[in-house]
Design a protein. Structure first.
Length: 512
């Protein structure tokens, strides 16, 4: 079973591994009471990647390492700042299935093969606090790298790693960095040993994949739209391992990335050819739908559960909590299975291939090369006008199911309008940001209303099921009535929020 830890470290150029006289004294730096020599280890690591280095191209590494206290398989995934997540699995001869699954969004099922071997002589120094606990480890590594690809070449260097102990304060890393820099110890330019090894043993090895399509004109409308698309594709890829491990908010994040991608491909058809992007949009709709069951149930369970918890005990009649728990377990299991099946499917891998191809070889239209302001403003205003029409229709609809459906359509249009402003902000500035903020406020009211509609439907089903077996349905009916009151209040709130979003000055500020 794979285990996960958070790794926070910085790398520096080093003079020598065995002689530490070049290191400044770190005693007294931000709580460091002493520096203890922990001896040396001999490490032997083989790094795995695809032939075109898809892991390295997305700042991930996968290695099989022997020697030291943590021998085994290590998958490192990027986090923010100086941190990475390290997922470990026991030592074995082949890539563990758990880790292979966690890199599918990056490899897209391409074969993993050995690309680099690193032999490292590691001299370890430990920064110890006043209470005797470890605060950080300094590793001075003498590295010998050998390419395992065609043209096998070698390289060697020495580097210093400063890694925080678990739960250590990140400000220690900054304090140590300040002392090292003052002593003339410079940061290592390569983000990882693998990146440096690939760079220095480059003869015969494939080049890291380009992040941007070369034909895109910098600063153009196409450039801004593609930057946004790249960001959302990267978000989807990065969230895949978290979704597979059922980490909090990961399904929601991936679903939102799907929606953003789908919406922007629709909004910016003047920039990207819809003949190429519409099939991708259809597949994003499919993936968002498969993820939706799990996320929707999560929101619904929290809403209904909070409603039950807020009731006085004398108003909770019958086995309400037990029925709610049984419902949650069943629905959650069904939704989780649906999500996992989607990520295990060839259809999902094909979608990942399509997204990678879209970014690498975008189907640019003529307007993509134009200056961005006019092109992006027109797209934003088109979505905004469609959204405005949907809101007006909803406000004029008859109360009841007709208005509920119209409000739901307005909510979906609000999301598209808001997402359309996001890639435009770099060019249109504050007016696009202000419009997006006002639309988001309307979207929130509409979203809360739709959640109430869905909750009422589920509460009605629970009341019917409870009554069918002779249980009291009073509590379910009470919760239904409260949700109905909430929906009514939101409908009364909507015109005021909408009045701010349809301020003519917002639209005027976007006209170019």
């Amino acid at each position: 079973m794979a285990q996960s830890t958070r790794e926070t470290e910085r790398k520096y150029a080093a003079s020598a591994a065995d002689d530490t006289s070049w290191l400044p004294d770190l005693t007294g730096v931000d709580g460091v009471a002493s520096v203890v020599d922990r001896g040396t280890d001999d490490l032997d690591a083989v790094y795995y990647d695809t032939v075109d280095l898809r892991l390295a191209g997305t700042s991930a590494t996968l290695r099989r390492r022997t020697g030291g206290a943590d021998a085994g398989w290590h998958l490192k995934l990027p986090l923010s700042g100086d941190s990475r997540e390290e997922v470990r699995a026991p030592l074995s001869d082949t890539v563990p299935d758990d880790l292979r699954d966690l890199v599918i969004s990056r490899t897209r099922d391409a074969e993993l093969l050995p690309v680099v071997r690193l032999r490292t002589r590691r001299h370890r120094l430990e920064l110890v606090g006043a209470g005797g606990g470890a605060l950080a480890e300094l590793s001075i590594d003498a590295v010998e790298a050998a390419s395992l690809l065609a043209g096998a070449t070698r390289a060697s260097w020495t580097e210093l790693e400063v890694e925080l102990a678990e739960d250590a304060d990140p400000k220690l890393l900054r304090a140590v960095d300040k002392v090292l820099r003052k002593a003339g110890v410079e940061r290592e330019s390569a983000p990882s040993k693998l990146a440096r090894a690939l760079e220095e043993t480059a003869v015969g090895a494939p080049r890291l994949p380009d992040a941007r399509a070369e034909e895109v004109v910098e600063g153009s409308a196409g450039d801004l739209v593609l930057r946004y698309l790249e960001q959302q594709v990267r978000t989807l890829v990065d969230l895949d391992p978290a979704v597979r491990r059922n980490l909090p908010d990961s399904v929601h994040g991936m679903r939102v990335a799907c929606r953003r991608l789908r919406s922007v491909l629709r909004s910016y058809r003047s920039v990207l050819d819809r003949e190429a992007t519409d099939p991708v949009r259809e597949e994003l709709t499919w993936l968002a739908g498969e993820l939706g069951g799990e996320r929707d149930h999560e929101v619904l369970e929290k809403r209904i559960g909070s409603g039950v918890d807020a009731l006085p005990r004398e108003l909770v009649l019958g086995p309400v909590t037990a029925r709610l728990q049984a419902w949650h377990v069943t629905k959650d299991s069904e939704a989780r299975t649906r999500t996992q099946d989607a990520l295990a499917s060839s259809r999902y891998v094909s979608l990942l291939d399509s997204l990678a191809d879209l970014v690498a070889r975008p189907p640019l239209r003529r307007k993509a090369a134009r200056k961005p302001k006019a092109v992006l403003a027109k797209a934003v205003l088109k979505e905004y006008d469609r959204f405005a029409g949907r809101v007006r229709t909803a406000l004029e609809a008859s109360p009841g199911e007709e208005r509920d459906r119209a409000l739901h359509q307005a909510r979906k249009a609000a999301k598209k309008a808001r997402y359309a402003t996001e890639p435009a902000r770099a060019s249109l500035g504050r007016p696009a940001g202000r419009l997006g903020k006002r639309v988001k406020a309307v979207q929130k009211v509409l979203g809360d209303h739709q959640d109430s509609v869905v909750a009422r439907d589920e509460l009605r089903r629970m009341a019917v099921a409870a009554g069918a077996v002779g249980e009291a349905s009073f509590t379910w009916g009470l919760l239904y009535g409260r949700e109905q009151a909430v929906a009514g209040e939101l409908q009364r709130e909507l015109p005021g929020v909408w009045a701010r979003a349809c301020d003519p000055s917002l639209r005027k500020a976007l006209k170019v």
